[in-house]
Structures are given as structure tokens and as C-alpha cells.
Design a protein around this ligand. Structure first.
Ligand SMILES: [Zn+2]
Length: 395
């Protein structure tokens, strides 16, 4: 296998992923562009893959001798990136992300059932309020300690390849629920109603209006059941406590006891005829037991208890392969330029970089029996390919 280089990655982006048209027209809002938009987008994508997240570091990179190895024909300054991202129309990048996941599905890039996981998080703190997306941040004593940015993320999960699809910010007068509904609505529109088999989310989403919206989109829901639904939670606890496990399965070295019943009453405002509740007790080898309850309108005839357990666990992918990767590896929490449009543009470009990297590493390079290249081995190869040309001033 040939080692990874930025040029090979770019060839993959143009030929296999067919993103040439997107790179030509990524939504440039500048009136008198000096540097081609595609070059600025590619520089940011390869920057994210290399985990260089500040504009200062990107400028150093494109002005170093490594520039040619990065498949960039000219250098530029950090002001250019600030000016460009402030004016970038976000729709072409969102459309490119949707196109990539549609193509991955066509190429049978996923196995099994595909879910859409939705969740909110915070990324990017600042001391002062500097843009309309800044939300006040309070400590336990309700004292203002700074500001932060918040976002909802929709990820494709459960199919063996976790890919982020869309991101939506929510400012101080907005909410995670509203932002998540906007993001999911866009994803359903972009991918079509039949693309995903279910939506999976934590207990915060167990409200009738959200679940009714999913019904309207034709998407079954699988949501964690917690004490924000006290009657249903109590009814399920009471009933299952009196019964031995209905089924026992194994996942890795874990033994899982499952309870599953489809005839609980819906609460007021919910348009389901009945509610199915799943309880599991996951016994780890070290003696630790994880217990959780989930509610769903997926029918038992279509989805077995064991499969429902796997689908519930797929929610963790939005945390692990979504937020954790985006923040800890790709610098999602870093604010390159504190302006609201630029912040969201950078988040979307980060998702696109992450998707491109995963499709390249886990689907394109990983053929035959060879184990897939890990994310860290991949970035190391890329950095080595820049060789002595790389003399980074990361500030
Ligand atoms: Zn802000």
C-alpha cells in the first residue's frame, strides 16, 4: 500500500468523491476574490486532517516549503481566511456532506441499519461576548464565568461507519431542541425520508412534539427513557423488576440481560398507539453493571430485542466518533476567527474533512484483509510526506 500524501488525498477527493465542482463553487461570498475559493477550502480541509486548526498555523503551513506537497498552488495570509469564511455560503458545504453519505450508501459503505443520532454540545469558550452565537456560561452559583458556543450535530450511526452529516448552532435565545429539529429537517430533506431507518437520541429528546415531528417525517424514534417521563419510567421499572430477563445476549465479553415490552401507554400529546420499552443490564467482565431504559415505536416484528439493543448503543457514536473526535483531534473547540458565520463555516468544513478522511482511510485504503490504518497513523504518514519541507511555526 502506498503511504498517504496530501496529493493522493486530493486526487481521491476529486476522482473518487467527485468534489471538483464543489471546490470550484463552495459558496464564495467575496466580491473581488484574489485567491481562488477552492484553494482556500482545500487548504482548510487538509489543515483539519493535519490537525492544524488555527488560521495562524495554516498561514505558516501554506507559506512554508510544504505548500507544494499540500497540492496548493499559492500561499495566503490568515486575514484572507477570516474574510473568506465570514462570507462563505454554508449550503454548498452542507450539500457536499449529504452527497458524500448518499454515495457511501450507494457503494454499500454501510452494513445493517442506518440511524441518525442527534445531540447537542458546546464548543469554543471565550471570556467576553463577541458574536451573536455567544451563550453566557454560569458556574454552580449562577455567577457568569464566560461565554461559549453551542451546536447540534446530526451523525449517521449504526452502519459500521460513523459519519457526521450536519451541524446547527444555537445562540442565547435559541435552544438545543430547536437547533436539532432544524438540522434533522435539513438532513431529511437532503437525504430523503427513506435514507435512515431510525433516529436515536438521549432522554432530553423524549418529548411529544419532537417525537410527533419524527412521525411526520416517517422516522421511527429510539430515545433514552429517564425520569423526565416519571409515569412511564415508574411503570416500566415496576413491571420489569418483577420479571426475569426476557432474553440474554453476548456482545464481546459482555453479557446483556434484556427486558422488552410493547404495550405501555403513550403519555399525553404523543400520537403513538402504544410505547415499546427496552431495559438492559449490561454485565461487564470486571463486575460493572450498566442499566438503561429506552423507548421506541419500532415494532417488535421488525426489530428484535437484540437489534434494538445495538441500535440504542449506536447513540454513543455521536459522542465518541462525533463530538470527541471533532473536539479532541480536529480542534472543533478552537475558535480560529470569532465571527458567527466564520465559526459555523469552520465547523462544517471540519465535518467535511473528517468525512473525507474516514472514507479515504476506512473505505478506500482499507481493501482486502489488511486492518484499517488508524487515524493517528494516517496523520503521521501525511506529516512525514511533508518531510523536511515542513517547518511549522505553530505559535
Ligand atoms: Zn461568539
Amino acid at each position: 500500500m502506498k503511504s498517504a500524501t496530501a496529493r493522493r488525498l486530493k486526487r481521491f477527493v476529486l476522482r473518487q468523491l467527485d468534489l471538483g465542482e464543489y471546490l470550484k463553487h463552495p459558496g464564495d461570498g467575496r466580491r473581488w476574490p484574489q485567491i481562488p475559493a477552492g484553494l482556500l477550502v482545500w487548504a482548510q480541509l487538509v489543515g483539519f486532517v493535519l490537525r492544524e486548526t488555527s488560521f495562524h498555523a495554516l498561514e505558516a503551513l501554506v507559506r512554508s516549503r510544504a505548500r507544494r506537497q499540500l497540492a496548493l498552488s499559492r500561499g495566503f495570509g490568515e486575514d484572507t481566511l477570516a474574510y473568506f469564511t465570514e462570507r462563505l455560503d454554508l449550503e454548498p458545504t452542507r450539500a457536499a456532506l449529504a452527497r458524500l453519505v448518499r454515495a457511501a450508501k450507494r457503494r454499500k459503505g454501510f452494513g445493517g441499519w442506518i440511524g441518525l443520532a442527534v445531540d447537542g454540545t458546546s464548543a469554543g469558550k471565550s471570556v467576553r461576548e463577541s458574536c451573536p452565537l455567544c451563550r453566557p456560561l454560569y458556574n454552580a452559583e449562577h455567577k457568569l464565568i464566560g461565554h461559549q458556543h453551542s451546536l447540534s450535530l446530526v451523525s449517521l450511526v449504526g452502519g459500521g461507519l460513523s459519519l457526521p452529516v450536519d451541524v446547527e448552532p444555537y445562540g442565547p435565545l435559541d435552544s438545543e431542541m430547536a437547533a436539532s429539529q432544524r438540522a434533522l429537517g435539513r438532513v431529511v430533506k437532503q437525504l430523503g425520508r427513506r435514507f435512515a431507518d431510525y433516529v436515536v437520541a438521549d432522554g432530553y429528546y423524549a418529548g411529544a412534539p419532537f417525537l410527533r415531528q419524527l412521525t411526520a417525517w416517517g422516522l421511527p424514534a429510539l430515545v433514552r427513557l429517564k425520569h423526565n417521563l416519571p409515569e412511564l419510567a415508574a411503570a416500566a421499572q415496576q413491571r420489569f423488576a418483577a420479571q426475569p430477563a426476557h432474553e440474554e445476549i453476548e456482545r464481546g465479553t459482555d453479557r446483556i440481560e434484556i427486558w422488552d415490552a410493547s404495550d405501555f401507554d403513550p403519555w399525553e400529546g404523543l400520537d403513538w398507539t402504544t410505547v415499546r420499552v427496552l431495559r438492559y443490564r449490561q454485565h461487564k467482565r470486571d463486575g460493572q453493571v450498566i442499566e438503561a431504559y429506552w423507548l421506541t415505536n419500532l415494532k417488535w416484528q421488525r426489530v428484535s430485542s437484540a437489534r434494538l439493543y445495538d441500535m440504542a448503543k449506536s447513540r454513543w457514536e455521536v459522542e465518541n466518533q462525533g463530538f470527541n473526535d471533532a473536539k479532541n483531534r480536529y480542534g472543533m473547540a478552537h475558535i480560529a476567527h470569532h465571527q458567527s458565520q466564520s465559526i459555523v463555516a469552520r465547523w462544517l468544513l471540519l465535518l467535511l474533512a473528517l468525512t473525507v478522511e474516514r472514507l479515504y482511510r476506512l473505505r478506500y485504503l482499507h481493501r482486502g484483509r489488511r486492518p484499517p490504518c488508524t487515524a493517528i497513523a494516517f496523520v503521521r504518514q501525511l506529516r512525514l510526506s511533508l518531510g523536511s519541507a515542513l517547518s511549522l511555526d505553530t505559535g
